[in-house]
Design a protein. Sequence first.
Length: 276
Amino acid sequence: MTELTVRRLQVDLETPFQRHWCGGDAFRTALFNALSMSFPVGEQLFIDSVKKSLAALPPARREALAAEVQGFIGQEATHRRIHERFNAQLAAHGLVNHWEGRIAARRRRLMEPVADPRAWAGVTAATEHWTAIFAQHLLAQPWLLEGAEPRLAALWQWHSAEELEHRSTAFDLYRELGGNELWRRRLFRIVSFNFVCDTMRQTLNNLWHDGTLFKPATWASAWRTLFGPAGFVRRGFGPWRAYLRADFHPLQGDGSGGERWLAENGPLAPPVRQPA
């Protein structure tokens, strides 16, 4: 069982921030903004998923995992609230959140008709692996937030640290429910396709509304951020592929960056409640 602490992030998200808050870099700002747009409705799906999964377990296993699931829910609910406030600032910048609607539509069309909690846990585990890959990469590559407003850099670092902290919860629930390897991999490929497409579409739409879509500097930054020597695609492909191994478990990944950030920034994210 993983012990999870629910924290309250002490940052000001009421004061407006600059349009290109990530060091003046239009592409990196648009990418982070796109990801944030998916979080409120996505985090709610994860919360509902682990609730369904826990309720379907035998009483003994339910009791054993209840504290971890409660910590997961508390962390994700906090992420949801924080990013709702962040996204309100993005709307004031004139950006339009299309990704949220696509997630909600897929939930209604593809998830709600499915009663089997293994499907919910499998989708959540797959998506949590994507967020863990991104979180590990962000904490290992400080240049991604170079020049960002400190309060916003702290927001993304805190969120990344907690994503690494609870990266195995949904995966373990999927296994506890008897989810098989074929569907674990199949759901991961489906989630991966949708995640990549949705991230790209929302980022491009953000750049369009921003008026920076066709600027050479935007695409130079995109190349460096995604395909450069320290880019997400180059550094993330190995961890992405690892999920397809039969012996994979999320805790095989490196969570030390998140542990270090949480240890060094305790006053910035004090506990709401400690693990049981």
